[in-house]
Write a protein that binds this ligand. Structure first.
Ligand code: FES
Length: 106
């Protein structure tokens, strides 16, 4: 199991234990983290799973693919560390990852 931390937009902290190979979005939905609607179910077609990756993790998480980049245009208040959480897959490299739910969601 890997550790994944969500910080809600009211600063509530969700410390999750998650499976290798699961997406950040799936774990938010499974654990009822508010603000991650994931309307398209992870198809990179809705932008309602937008998160901010903690600065300490941006390098490891990496840049969005072009398709994700296009979809991020539909998210609100997009920043340099914005990602769609359905496009981030948990792995040993990302053990301990921290992401924040944008203020505009939830
Ligand atoms: Fe729709 Fe991520 S769940 S883009």
């Amino acid at each position: 199991m890997l550790k994944l931390k969500f910080i809600g937009n009211d600063d509530t902290v969700y410390d999750l234990e998650v499976q290798d190979g699961s997406t950040v979005m799936e774990n938010a939905v499974r654990n009822g983290v508010p603000g991650i609607e994931a309307e398209c179910g992870g198809a990179c077609a809705c932008a309602t799973c937008h998160v901010y990756v903690d600065e300490a993790w941006t390098e490891k998480v990496g840049e969005p693919e072009p398709m994700e980049e296009d979809m991020l245009d539909f998210a609100v208040d997009v920043r340099a560390n914005s990602r769609l959480s359905c496009q981030i897959t948990m792995s040993a490299e990302l053990d301990g990852l921290t992401v924040r739910v944008p203020d505009s969601q939830g």
